[in-house]
Design a protein around this ligand. Structure first.
Ligand code: Z2T
Length: 824
């Protein structure tokens, strides 16, 4: 029977159809009625109605990709920080407005319903959010792509503040069900762990390795549809959940012993139970290695299954069809896993298998911090993944003999440095080295960062393979980070440059010609004012603090880390407070300093800094002497959905990392795009932001990368700055008193200690004076409204480069070599 294929037009709903669908789902999917439905039920009914649209397009996308046998990118990431999906999916399906109207007729507010959705916080920070922006852009640009990750039961902890201190509470994002995920029992995988390796004679002669697993774990896939803007392509994000498997080899694992089957089940389920909350440190924990192997092995099996469905066991097309991106070193074990599958299970010889592997994988580095570079002890590897350790040894031996020895004959120092194995008391597997050796491309995430990856982190590898190292500057999706979070500015832009800007953010550049236009300035600043007024209410509701939208909103939102230097912001606020106390007429425009930040639970000093910010806030906010000129707000539980409220209201964007330490940053892009001025160092993508916006429209301060290096080489002594700057000295000495912690002197002393005795590794004191000057400049600019408006308009209008669609196109051109695929 020939049925005419449905087009996008045929699929598009009108308001009445959507309204009817929502009500139908309220009754038949949620089992309730209009009279007694809770806001949560209305939200889920709305999601169910939207899903009818999503699924139709998902099926069509999958059929098209199968029929055309397209090459696809497989984005492996331990983190996807998706946030909420309702408004995003509505926007991308062009349903937002009609949904607003449909719900309006039912007496409901769409924005209120969206607040019902828990954030999907399956990531720590920038790295995980980048993965989320990238899968949005991949679908939007119609590239065949699958995201692979872990279906954590608990995402990043929920942060509560009690008496100024961070308390971690479990996050249970799917406790009451999540309407966006689909379980796929038909694609369950089983993966081995532990056990031993046996050498046997193969059928075709020669020796073969057989891994006898000690246990097997079931991987259950949950699919989240990823709707591209315009609604043509719907890709999937496939997240693996661990379960106990029926299989259990009693002889191997525990000969003669008794194992409680419930404990067995609990152990298996532990694997995907919780996201590790360390953003840039590696703890080397067994469970973490197992998490990584678990999702990589499930993903490789899934990729294999789909390849073999079309090509059988002929692997000649494998590298042409499959590209795999490793989001940092977390999924590195996918490299030896693919080798194991090809050699041990598919009987390819080593060279053929390696030729495939080498073409398939690419690796993105996200940090130069040594404490983030993952290393696993050889003994742990041997216990958990004995066969992979053998494969890693083989990769390493061939690399050292065939490439390093000919290039640097007899140079044992270079061999020791480039080896995948670190020798010493405890021998270790270096995942970064394995990644570089096993990938055809290695990229950093901003120009300066990629240069440092090449010159400082992996210089010898860059000499061996000059073509391997490249840059792809990060980007953010303008659909979430402008269209959805800042509807008024989005509408203004649509009016002025046309409706295409969400797909071509460069179009905003034409707005720079209105940067001096009085009427346009007024429209722009009125929108900023509205966004600030909305935030004033959120701040009041969340913290009880009263702030005025008249003030400059100065925002630092990011994970707490010494290199990001929240402590620099903190001591500068203390200096301002001191100036105000010394001189109540001290000339400054009122300022609200807003922080949002989670600290890794084990990072003591980071937690002390949160405490200090909160104690400073208490003191400053309740001090009548300063006449409300200074306010400090710490917003608890910073997360994607809170970022969506803070970013459109920011006047000043704090991007103040020590030069050379922030790989890129992405919050910097989001705030500039929404009309904030960056106060920042020449670090990460700040450099490229200043290039686009013009240095005169940013407040750049501090040592640059070369100056940081040479100061460190000369021998940096923070006491030089402490004794030379009386204000700085007075502020640091304040930490020893009980001024901010009445009756409990010394509670904040750890911060002073880290900046003096601790050697101030991130050069906070060295940059203090220059930072303080940059803030004075900001203050002068703000007091000239036309000047300020001009600068923020130019900032917003020149951020086109930082569209994640551009990043994805760079990945496609430089690394993945994909073709876009028209769906329907
Ligand atoms: C992370 O968010 C980042 C780097 C990491 O290194 C780990 C995490 Cl969780 C292992 C960040 C960078 O700090 C930031 O500069 C960058 O913009 C972001 O990744 C995305 O590339």
């Amino acid at each position: 029977m020939a049925t005419k294929k449905k087009t996008d037009q045929d699929l598009q709903l009108d308001k009445d159809q959507l309204k009817a669908s929502i009500v139908r789902h309220l009754r038949s999917t949620l089992g309730t009625s209009e009279q007694k439905a809770s806001p949560e039920a209305w939200w889920k009914a709305t999601a169910a109605a939207v899903n009818e649209q999503v699924y139709e397009r998902l099926t069509r996308t999958q059929q098209t990709h199968f029929k055309k046998d397209t090459r696809a990118i497989h984005y492996l990431s331990a983190e996807f920080l998706m946030g909420r999906l309702t408004s995003n999916n509505l926007h991308n399906l062009s349903l937002y407005k009609i949904c607003e109207e449909a719900l309006g007729e039912l007496g409901l507010e769409l924005t209120d319903l969206c607040e019902q959705e828990p954030d999907m916080a399956l990531g720590n920070g920038g790295l995980g959010r980048l993965a989320a922006c990238f899968i949005d852009s991949l679908a939007t640009l119609n590239y065949p792509a699958v995201g692979y990750g872990i279906h954590y039961e608990h995402g990043l902890f929920r942060q509560e503040i009690q008496d100024g201190r961070q308390i971690e509470r479990p996050d249970s994002w799917r406790e009451y069900g999540n309407p966006w995920e689909i379980c796929r029992p038909e694609s369950v995988q089983e993966i081995p762990l532990y056990g031993y390796v046996e050498t046997v004679f193969g059928d075709k002669g020669g020796l073969k390795k057989v891994w006898h697993a000690g246990r097997k774990i079931k991987g259950v896939p949950w699919d989240i549809p990823v709707v591209g803007f315009g609604g043509h392509t719907v890709n999937i994000l496939r997240l693996w959940e661990s379960r106990a498997s029926e299989f259990f080899d009693w002889d191997v694992f525990n000969a003669g012993g008794y194992i409680d089957s419930q404990a067995e089940k609990a152990q298996a389920e532990t694997i995907s139970k919780v996201l590790y909350p360390n953003d840039e440190t590696d703890a080397g924990k067994e469970l973490r290695l197992i998490q990584q192997y678990f999702f990589c092995a499930c993903s490789i099996k899934d990729i294999m299954r789909r390849y073999k469905r079309v090509h059988g066991s002929d692997f000649r097309n494998f590298a042409a069809q499959i590209a795999i991106q490793l989001n940092d070193t977390h999924p590195t074990v996918a490299i030896p896993e693919l080798m194991r599958v090809l050699v041990d299970e598919e009987d390819l010889n080593w060279d053929a298998a390696w030729a495939i592997c080498y073409q398939v994988f690419s690796y993105t580095n996200h940090t130069l911090l040594p404490e983030a570079l993952e290393k696993w002890s050889v003994s742990l590897f041997e216990k958990v993944l004995p066969r992979h350790l053998e494969i890693i040894y083989e990769i390493n031996a061939r690399f050292l003999n065939e490439l390093v020895e000919p290039k640097w004959p007899g140079n044992d120092a270079i061999k020791a440095k480039l080896s995948i194995i670190e020798e010493g008391d405890v021998r270790k597997v270096r995942m970064g080295n394995l990644c570089v050796i096993g990938s055809c491309k290695v990229n950093g995430v901003a120009e300066i960062h990629s240069k440092l990856v090449k010159e400082d982190l992996f210089p010898e590898y860059a000499e061996l393979w000059p073509e391997k190292m490249c840059n792809v500057t990060n980007g953010v999706t303008p659909r979430r980070w402008l269209l959805a979070c800042n509807p008024e500015l989005a509408a203004l832009y649509s009016e002025v440059v046309g409706k295409e800007w969400p797909l071509q953010l460069d179009k905003l550049r034409s707005v720079t010609k209105f940067a001096d236009d009085k009427a346009f300035q007024q429209q722009f600043m009125t929108i900023k004012r509205h966004n600030k007024e909305k935030l004033v209410k959120v701040i009041k509701a969340e913290t009880g603090i009263d702030v005025s939208a008249e003030a400059i909103f100065d925002v630092q939102i990011k994970r707490l880390h010494e290199y990001k230097r929240q402590q620099l912001n903190l001591i500068h606020i203390m200096a301002l407070y001191r100036r105000l106390l010394a001189n109540p007429d001290y000339d400054m425009h009122p300022r609200v300093f807003i922080f949002g930040s989670k600290a890794a639970p084990g990072y003591k000093l980071a937690k002390d800094i949160i405490y200090a910010i909160n104690k400073l806030a208490e003191r400053v906010n309740n001090d009548a002497r300063i006449q409300g000129k200074l306010k400090v707000v710490f917003m608890p539980n910073y997360r994607v959905s809170l970022a969506e409220k803070l970013i459109p209201a920011a006047d000043v964007s704090e991007q103040i990392s020590t030069a050379g330490y922030e790989a890129s940053g992405t919050g910097n892009m989001k705030m500039a795009l929404n009309g904030a001025i960056t106060i920042g160092t020449l670090d990460g993508a700040n450099i490229e932001i200043a290039e686009e916006a013009g240095a005169e429209n940013c407040a750049i301060f501090g040592l640059n990368v070369d100056e940081v290096k040479s100061l460190k080489a000369r021998g940096y002594n923070p006491y030089d700055f402490y004794y030379a700057n009386s204000e700085l000295k007075a502020v640091l000495d304040w930490f020893d008193t009980d001024y901010f912690t009445p009756g409990r002197p010394g509670e904040l002393a750890s911060i002073k200690r880290s900046l003096l005795e601790g050697g101030d590794p991130y050069l906070t004191l060295a940059d203090f004076a220059s930072y303080s000057e940059a803030h004075k400049l900001i203050d002068t600019w703000y007091r000239d409204p036309a000047l300020w408006a001009k600068k923020v308009i130019i900032n917003s209008a020149t951020m086109g480069k930082f569209n994640s669609d551009r990043s994805i196109q760079d990945y496609v051109d430089r690394i993945w070599k994909l073709k876009s695929c028209n769906v329907g």
